[in-house]
Design a protein around this ligand. Structure first.
Ligand code: ADP
Length: 479
């Protein structure tokens, strides 16, 4: 089984969020299921630099107005097809925005070109290789099934679109249609038209053979108006082909027993070693070296989706129970400012690093007592999975993948010995504050707390089961 996976980011080559983790980890997990995956990525500077010796497998004089080629090679364990189109991707900044933080003005053309080239590959443009299934991720690759449809190809592979976050829809002005090479008749309700614009994600949801998202709960939520964000009607219409497959985490990257970034690696039998990591974390963020303070942490984009605007409101609940708060994140400037303000007002009790820091994320998982994930919606969420594996107790809003991956420490779950964390709903400041107080009460019961930690560490958060489910889906499609 040969799969072409098309996406705008893949860990460890280029990452802005969970999408990259998934695209980077799935090929390894699927290999164990007999599925070979080639990942197609834009040729950003970071990708071009990481690519080893590469072969040109396709070239054109005109892709979105300039020459482009596809390079086949390997990097960091991934079998890659890289779309080398310097006029679109050889830029300083992140995949979507420039150094000034603003989206690139030509994002529609850039990612349409990725999908366009991917559709050529799907139809055999790379000599000697034809994928059985094309797996596209999020709006950036979502036009691919639409190109296949309007190309009218007789022989085309099956297509799967995975939605990592329905909030990012890739909606652009209708006038762009000629520039992205779609025919005028594609601009219809049954085509790529979306509220008077061109909808990239909408097109993918319309034309892909199967639609998956990254948790069963989110799969049902997005078929309803609240979480459907304008696309729920189409998703309901296609409900028969919509399903949810949870993400896993890369257990080699996230392994507390062999994590070289930690002061003291440990396993479930040696949880006491977490104390060393906790002390290192406190020292690093300027928190008081208090061994008894419940240490709450956040590793997150600082956005409304993630409920990060609630942090200032729930700070009293943390501080009044003698706790501390460590924040690692970047995002909306007002939320960043509010976090900095809290640090300045509560020296030694609140610490932060505003920015992106992979190493500190590991130390936080290994040293903090509880991870706060108060998302208003959460397709899957990865940080709570890492927290489970590290014995950092997740405190999560009961939504999307958070609902599917954490078992609340209710009296029943505690007595049955299956609880792995704390859930609350809805994601409001009051409910989060109550969850924090409940977490502190559990924390003060050392035995109950350690049981929570051990249960979490025993949970299967690997890619094994998800990979089996993707492989089964691909096999169903190809007969
Ligand atoms: P999303 O993709 O919506 O941002 P996820 O929970 O699915 O959220 O994935 C976020 C990923 O990014 C996790 O691997 C998390 O550890 C990482 N992450 C988020 N913010 C930071 C940060 N400031 N520094 C380091 N890692 C971060």
């Amino acid at each position: 089984m040969q799969v072409l996976s098309v996406a705008s980011e893949a860990y460890p080559l280029i990452k802005t969020g969970g999408l990259a983790d998934v695209v980077g980890a799935l090929p390894g997990a699927l290999a164990a299921e007999g599925v070979a995956v080639r990942v197609m990525l834009p040729g950003y500077p970071a990708v071009m630099a990481a690519l080893g010796p590469a072969e040109t497998v396709w070239a054109t004089q005109n892709l979105a107005g300039a020459p482009a080629q596809i390079l086949s090679g390997h990097a960091r364990g991934l079998d890659l097809l890289v779309l080398d189109a310097p006029h679109l991707f050889a830029r300083v900044g992140n995949p979507y925005s420039g150094p000034d933080g603003r989206d690139w003005a030509d994002n529609a053309v850039r990612f349409a070109a990725l999908a366009r080239a991917g559709a050529y590959v799907a139809q055999g443009a790379v000599s000697g290789w034809r994928p059985d299934v094309v797996h596209v991720h999020d709006w950036q690759a979502a036009l691919l099934p639409a190109y296949l449809h309007y190309d009218g190809a007789q022989q085309r592979p099956s297509t799967v679109i995975t939605v990592h976050n329905l909030a990012f829809q890739g909606q652009f002005a209708a006038g762009l249609l000629p520039a992205i090479g779609l025919p005028p008749w594609s601009f219809s309700l049954d085509g790529v038209e979306y509220y008077g614009d061109v909808g990239f994600l909408k097109a993918g949801l319309r034309f892909a053979d199967r639609i998956t998202t990254v948790s069963p709960t989110y799969a049902s939520e997005i078929c309803q108006p609240d979480a459907g964000m304008g696309l729920d009607g189409l998703l309901r219409e296609r409900a028969a082909v919509v399903s949810g497959i949870l993400n896993g985490i890369d257990e080699t990257v996230w392994d507390p027993a062999s994590d070289h970034l930690l002061a003291a690696p440990y396993d479930a039998a040696h949880l006491a070693a977490r104390a060393g990591n906790r002390a290192a974390l406190q020292a690093h963020l300027g928190l008081a070296p208090d061994p008894d303070a419940p240490l709450f942490a956040v590793i997150s984009r600082l956005t409304w989706q993630k409920g990060m605007d609630l942090l200032p409101e729930v700070l009293p609940a943390i501080l009044e129970s003698g706790g501390q708060l460590a924040v690692l994140g970047a995002g909306d400037p007002p939320i960043e400012a509010a976090v900095r303000f809290a640090v300045a007002n509560h020296p030694g009790r609140v610490g932060c690093l505003i920015g992106y820091n992979e190493g500190l994320a590991h130390v936080i998982q290994a040293g903090a007592d509880a991870l706060l994930v108060p998302s208003r919606f959460e397709p899957c969420g990865l940080t709570q999975l890492c927290a489970l594996r590290y014995g950092c107790v997740p405190v999560v809003a009961r939504t999307g993948g958070l609902a599917d991956t954490v078992i609340d420490a209710s009296p029943m779950a505690l007595s049955a010995g299956v609880a792995t964390g704390v859930q609350f709903a809805p994601a409001t400041a009051d409910m989060l504050a109550a969850a924090i107080r409940r977490t502190v009460r559990l924390y003060r019961h050392r035995d109950a707390w350690q049981t929570l930690q051990r249960n979490g560490m025993a949970a299967d958060v690997s890619w094994r089961d998800p990979a089996r489910q993707y492989a089964a889906l691909f096999r169903e499609l190809t007969g």
